[in-house]
Design a protein. Structure first.
Length: 454
């Protein structure tokens, strides 16, 4: 079709232009990175709390040598209680943990690993015991890059969501959504890829009646993609327990629409997704959209989130019938000639009515939220993302409290001092808050799990 040929042509032009720009700026970036590493080599990683200025005492590392993590049979292994510290995974050139959940006697993390510079990114799932020792790991990937973003525990194993780029894994376009089923001890049961002829991605998955639903974006109709309205569209796919597609839906317009998170209201069998779009503006302004579907794929309602120049919602959590959305927004700074990035938390009811949208912080991007408590008197959440500190991204997390006696939230911000880093997820699991992400140390991107008791 002519429109598909035009879209592929535009993408190739963008990629060619991006490649030329990279050739110019890459040497500069490498030089800056080398200088940064040289000056920060001897700086220890610490936590700081901006509201009080107190240096935290929550960091206790469980690290491994480049040949492997120390295990419980190694007398030199560090041992921590799961409620008292952090896990740091440093076995590769790059490791990113995108999600961590607590399981019986330990934790499971999912993410991405790059072993060496000349290898491909691999999806990785790691299991740690209650003392932070690695008990098993599973890596998945082939001739392309694979990423792991989300995980659900089931009675007979785990369902893992990610993105695949390997043609040998039946990827039909540049990227496909990927779902794996693993046993409890990390063995592969099955995997499936989902997509069309171009760019199809998935970031979050949720258990629903009759199976699972995952959300991301698609770029072109065809294959598993039954609808596309322009450039990128929100893409929601419902699958059964064996990974077979039950239905898929797209939401968007003529420009860029990307969905990042998903929630489920079990009582009404309602699937809620959230993302950002510039299709319904002049193209320069991005708005957030919260969209609800029935369990059968019927569009129920849609709600705009508008604030400043752009609204980028990255996470959504359902608590009872309340819907919480977190992300970042751009607002004009004091002089009105520039913009500052701020975090936001919004609350909606189960029919899409916006109860509030509150912004906080400065030079921050909120990636994830979880709800500690929500009632008529108070909403209490945790959050995670990154903060720009003197031009360097730092892992950033904290607490958000809004009660019926004040119009502005009480926010406690914390950050981890590192050469470079960010947190991708904040999850309440078991008796602790688990923050997943990455932090750079001596030029190595380490996967980190920060553990804080509730």
């Amino acid at each position: 079709m002519k429109i598909d040929e035009e879209k592929v042509s535009k993408r190739r032009k963008r990629e060619k232009k991006s490649g030329m720009i990279l050739k110019i700026i890459l040497p500069i970036v490498l030089l800056v990175a080398m200088v940064t590493i040289a000056f920060s080599f001897f700086n220890p990683q610490k936590d700081s709390e901006s509201s009080s200025g107190i240096v935290g005492n929550l960091v206790a590392f469980v690290t491994g040598s480049k040949s492997g993590l120390k295990n419980s049979n190694d007398s030199s292994a560090s041992s921590i209680n799961i409620n008292e510290g952090d896990i740091v995974y440093d076995q590769a050139l790059e490791t990113r943990f995108y999600k961590t959940i607590s399981v019986s006697d330990g934790m499971i993390s999912v993410g991405t690993v790059l072993r060496e510079q000349n290898t491909k990114y691999q999806l990785i799932v790691t299991r740690f015991d209650e003392n932070g020792n690695l008990t098993w790991k599973y890596e998945f990937g082939n001739d392309g890059d694979e990423w792991g973003y989300d995980i659900i525990e089931e009675e007979d194993g785990y369902v893992v969501l990610g993105i695949a780029a390997s043609p040998s894994l039946n990827v039909r376009g540049r990227y496909d959504a990927l779902v794996l089923k693993l046993t409890k001890d990390g063995k592969l049961v099955w995997y499936k890829t989902y997509g069309g002829p171009d760019w199809d991605r998935a970031y979050k998955i949720v258990k629903v009646k009759g199976g699972y639903a995952f959300v991301g974006d698609n770029y072109m109709k065809g294959g598993d993609v039954s609808e596309n309205y322009g450039e990128h569209d929100f893409w929601i796919v419902k699958i059964d327990n064996n990974g077979n597609i039950l239905w898929d839906k797209s939401f968007g317009g003529i420009r860029w629409d990307r969905a990042y998170s998903i929630g489920y209201i079990e009582e009404s069998d309602t699937i809620i997704i959230v993302g950002s779009s510039n299709s319904f503006t002049d193209g320069t302004r991005y708005e957030g959209y919260v969209v609800a579907y029935s369990g059968n794929g019927e569009l129920l309602w849609k709600t705009q989130l508008v604030n400043g120049q752009a609204v980028w919602p990255f996470d959504l959590k359902v608590d009872g019938k309340d819907i919480f959305v977190g992300g970042y927004t751009t607002e004009r700074s004091g002089n009105g000639n520039s913009y500052v990035e701020k975090a936001f938390v919004a609350k909606l009811n189960d029919m899409g009515g916006v109860q509030y949208l509150k912004t906080f912080g400065a030079n921050v991007r909120l990636q994830s939220i979880s709800v500690l408590n929500s009632d008529d008197e108070e909403d209490r959440l945790i959050f995670a993302g990154y903060k720009d500190v003197n031009g360097t991204k730092q892992p950033w997390y904290g607490d958000f409290v809004l009660n019926d006696r004040t119009s502005n939230p009480v926010v406690v911000e914390r950050s981890i001092n590192s050469e470079y880093g960010m947190l991708f997820d904040a999850t309440l699991s078991g008796n602790a808050a688990l923050y997943s992400g990455m932090s750079m140390k001596n030029g190595i991107y380490e996967g980190i799990v920060k553990i804080m008791p509730e």
